[in-house]
Design a protein around this ligand. Structure first.
Ligand code: ADP
Ligand code: F6P
Length: 320
């Protein structure tokens, strides 16, 4: 093995840079040359890459986003686009490729593996909805971002005895909403995995105020509903007035937490190690604090483990 490629794809997530850095370091130790493709699969299609040495990845571990840039490539979803990407891989004589990204990006990685490319995947998405790892890179930083903002909102909410509906990210996943509800003491959370009971939520909010609470927080995952819709339902069905805040992309930015730096580093390091050992068509992940390998078929045939207990816990703790 002489040359390997690396790309980041889909939504950026804090800790991707830590993974890139670890890949480049481990590759250099093993005498491999690293080709970093720009803007995910678009870079593969357009033959747009930079050669990466350890000197190029200095000072990036603390930076959010991805120094390789990322993108969503519609062209790569087509057979034609995949053929062009394959040509790039062949012409540069790449012996392996590491794809860092979320569910969609890992599907793309599987497509390349099926075409005969030696590929390893690294889960990186703030949605944390990938089977085969307890945490995906970026989710912990996003949670900390959300937690800090909600703490601030609670100060102003309490001063006015207000109800706030806060919309967090999670395209098809309630992970961020569910965990942030527990750690901020929200009264309720609405996630795509559980059918919401608005009558119940209205009761909890009213009872809270009756018992002397000075604020109420409802967290909604974007994959379930919008803050606006939830606010309207609470007004129409329960006469509850609320303010809305959509957190948006601030959730995804900022310096990665210790956990995301460590996770990115360990997964990046192992991805190179496993490629060199001849593994392919697999995702590296972290389960019970151990780095694991799961083949793409298993990753995609199972749902990520949604901890319904946490939704219940947030309800119990948010109740008076
Ligand atoms: P994420 O990786 O964060 O889930 P997306 O779902 O947008 O983000 O996927 C990122 C990119 O991965 C897409 O723009 C596309 O280029 C590629 N991709 C997604 N799904 C597939 C698929 N089924 N087959 C091939 N490539 C895919
Ligand atoms: O997949 C990560 C994610 O942040 C989702 O939570 C969100 O729905 C989506 O990406 C937003 O994507 P974009 O930044 O392209 O609008």
């Amino acid at each position: 093995m002489k040359n390997i490629g690396v790309l980041t794809s889909g939504g950026d997530s804090p800790g991707m840079n830590a993974a890139i850095r670890a890949i480049v370091h481990e590759a250099e130790i093993r005498g491999l040359d690293v080709f970093g493709f720009k803007r995910g699969y678009s870079g593969l299609i357009e033959n747009d890459y930079i050669r990466l040495k350890t000197a190029d990845v200095g000072g990036i571990i603390q930076r959010g986003g991805t120094v390789l840039l990322t993108a969503r490539s519609e062209q790569f979803k087509t057979t034609e686009g995949q053929k062009i990407a394959l040509k790039t891989i062949e012409s540069l004589e790449l012996d392996g490729l590491i794809v860092i990204g979320g569910d969609g990006s890992l599907h793309g990685a599987k497509t390349l593996a099926d075409l005969g490319v030696r590929v390893m995947g690294i889960p990186a998405t703030i949605d944390n909805d990938i089977y085969g790892t307890d945490m995906a890179i970026g989710a912990d930083t996003a949670l900390n971002n959300i937690m800090q903002v909600i703490d601030k909102i609670k100060d102003t909410a309490s001063s006015h005895k207000r109800t706030f509906i806060i919309e967090v990210m999670g395209r098809d996943s309630g992970y961020l909403a569910m965990v942030s509800s527990v750690v901020t003491g929200a009264e309720a959370c609405i996630v795509p995995e559980v059918v919401p009971d608005y009558a119940d939520i209205i009761n909890i909010l009213k009872e809270g105020y009756t018992q002397g609470k000075t604020n109420a927080i409802v967290i909604v995952a974007e994959g379930a509903s919008t803050a606006f819709q939830v606010s309207k339902k609470l007004r129409d069905r329960g006469g509850i007035e609320s303010k809305i805040t959509t957190l948006g992309h601030l959730q995804r930015g900022g310096s990665p937490t210790c956990l995301d730096r460590l996770l990115g580093t360990r997964l990046g390091n192992t991805a190179v190690e496993k490629l060199v050992e001849g593994e392919s068509g697999k995702m590296v992940g972290m389960i019970n604090n151990r780095v694991t390998l799961t083949d793409f078929e298993t990753v995609f045939s199972k749902r990520y483990i949604f901890q319904e207990r946490l939704v219940e816990l947030s309800k119990v703790l948010g109740n008076v």
